[in-house]
Design a protein around this ligand. Structure first.
Ligand SMILES: Nc1nc2c(c(=O)[nH]1)N[C@H]1C(S)=C(S)[C@@H](COP(=O)(O)O)O[C@H]1N2
Ligand SMILES: [Mo]
Length: 475
């Protein structure tokens, strides 16, 4: 299919033509299972730590300056503990509704035709911290996203080896990670149609190097155009199902109402749908929000825009007057329908004053970013048209920034007895410190944690609730 082939880069098209034998001749070292090791030598740089244990790291704004996100800047989202996989004993099991259940070694997978593509990986919860009212969960700002070159095999090729039954409806993925306490295992499913779609991959390379442990070594699912909660890491099991999977991470988590709901209200489970595709989104990556620039001086505004579902993103429009008028931006990079575009605009601020700058992305189906963000109970899919405020001043030096750190430096009270053993055994308190919840929400969180195995002693519960709701109130 000519359309599908366009997804993949020219370099790899050539590898595909030559087949597996030619591929191993091109890259002999990569094709040895004995030397294949996780790319863990590169340390993360300047990440915003959302949680140290489990590992949840957000890309800082500077990360958007790279067109292809280097592994040092790529965000990490892990629900449980990071598993260490031994490649010598690792097997990928393919079962369920297949003609021939299979167990593939890593070497067998590497000998299959290799494909590569650049795709945006974005957590469904990216931007959660901007929702009002606030909700529980990791408080991502802009950097729960990256743009990465993935290398691996088409999931469809692996499924074809096993032969998918005509009764297949969904494909379920299980990773090597195991949950803490009474939590559910992280298992996610995607519809069979998306599983067989040519862009969906089992990736073993990230930016032309083996996957790092944090990103799913040795093999992870890559579902281009979809939010990355479906991109299961450390994959060990693939099961074809004849009906939608009902595990916790499909039935309870990663769901959002189909239409608008009143902000802050609970939504009936029956009215919720699984989070799937991404939608058009923009980030203004330079200058920073609230930056000051000098009148008359050239400002090279930069941004990134992306879309979802493989619908190619349009260039996007920029407004320098709060959305009254819109202009075209200039393309800088483009790596295909699943990648983000970097765009630019050269601006000469005409006069002193305060300017509101907006960047709005759309896709070729005509969908554009919303002007107003729809609220949902778990804070998924933040993609409102991004805007920044810029102060244009006569003289940069005279524009001294007042110290604004008093609030940040305000001391937090000491936690009560029982807090440590109840709340910081399975995870560190960095996860807690970013939450902004009402007393009712905290009450529910404590119940949830107790269900997941937290040791909340009845005698300590009231004091813990009091402490949490006073120290971390809602936005
Ligand atoms: N096995 C497993 N796969 C997983 C997760 C996980 O906790 N366990 N987290 C998911 C979520 S919610 C996201 S956003 C992405 C993040 O991928 P990354 O850590 O490589 O950035 O992995 C997904 N795959
Ligand atoms: Mo996620």
């Amino acid at each position: 299919m000519a359309m599908n082939e366009k997804l993949y880069s020219r370099r790899n098209m050539m590898r595909l033509v030559g087949g597996a034998a030619a591929a191993s001749a091109v890259l002999p070292s990569l094709y040895s299972a004995t030397t294949w090791a996780p790319n863990d030598g590169k340390k993360k740089i300047g990440m915003i730590v959302r949680s140290t244990r489990p590992e949840d790291l957000e890309m800082p704004m500077e990360g958007f300056q790279d067109d292809i996100t280097p592994v040092e800047r790529l965000f990490v989202r892990t629900h449980h503990y990071t598993p260490k996989v031994n490649l010598a004993t690792w097997k990928l099991k393919i079962g369920g509704l297949v003609d021939k259940p299979l167990e593939l070694t890593f070497e067998q997978i590497q000998k299959m035709p290799k494909v590569e593509l650049v795709a945006v990986m974005e957590c469904a919860g990216n931007g959660r911290s901007f929702f009002k009212p606030s909700m529980a969960g990791l408080q991502w700002q802009y950097g729960g996203v990256g743009n990465v070159r993935w290398g691996g095999v088409k999931l469809a090729d692996v499924l074809k080896l096993a032969g998918v039954s005509t009764n297949g409806v969904e494909v379920l993925f299980d990773g090597a990670d195991v949950p803490v306490g009474q939590q559910s295992d992280f298992q996610r499913s995607i519809p069979l149609t998306k599983a067989l779609s040519p862009e969906t991959m089992l990736a073993y390379e990230l930016n032309n190097e083996p996957l790092p442990t944090s990103h799913g070594f040795p093999v992870r699912l890559v579902v281009p155009g979809w939010a990355s909660d479906s991109w299961v890491k450390w994959v060990t099991g693939i099961t074809v199902l004849d009906k939608p999977f009902e595990g916790f991470y499909m039935k309870s988590a990663y769901r959002a109402p189909a239409g608008p709901v009143k902000p802050g209200t609970a939504v009936d489970a029956a009215a919720m749908q699984p989070v799937t595709r991404l939608h058009p989104k923009s980030v203004i990556t330079f200058p920073a929000d609230n930056a000051k620039v000098k009148v008359g001086e050239t400002v090279n505004i930069r941004g990134v825009v992306w879309s979802g579902n493989g619908n190619p993103v349009t260039l996007g429009k920029i407004s320098l007057d709060g959305g009254s008028s819109w202009e075209d931006v200039r393309p800088i990079t483009y790596n295909g329908p699943y990648a983000w575009r970097t765009v630019g605009y050269t601006w000469q601020p005409p006069a002193e004053g305060y300017y509101r700058i907006l960047l709005r992305a759309g896709d070729h189906t005509g969908e554009s970013q919303p002007h107003v963000q729809a609220w949902n109970p778990s804070g998924y899919g933040w993609n409102v048209t991004q805007s920044i405020g810029i102060e244009v001043v006569k003289d940069l030096d005279s524009a001294a920034t007042p110290a604004n750190t008093a609030a940040a430096a305000a001391e937090t009270p000491a936690p009560p007895a029982g807090f440590k053993s109840a709340c910081v055994t399975c995870h560190e308190d960095d996860v807690i410190r970013q939450q902004k919840l009402s007393r009712t929400q905290w009450d529910r969180e404590i119940d949830k944690m107790a269900r997941w195995g937290a040791n909340v002693k009845p005698a300590d519960r009231a004091a813990i609730l009091d402490y949490l709701s006073k120290t971390y109130p809602p936005r």
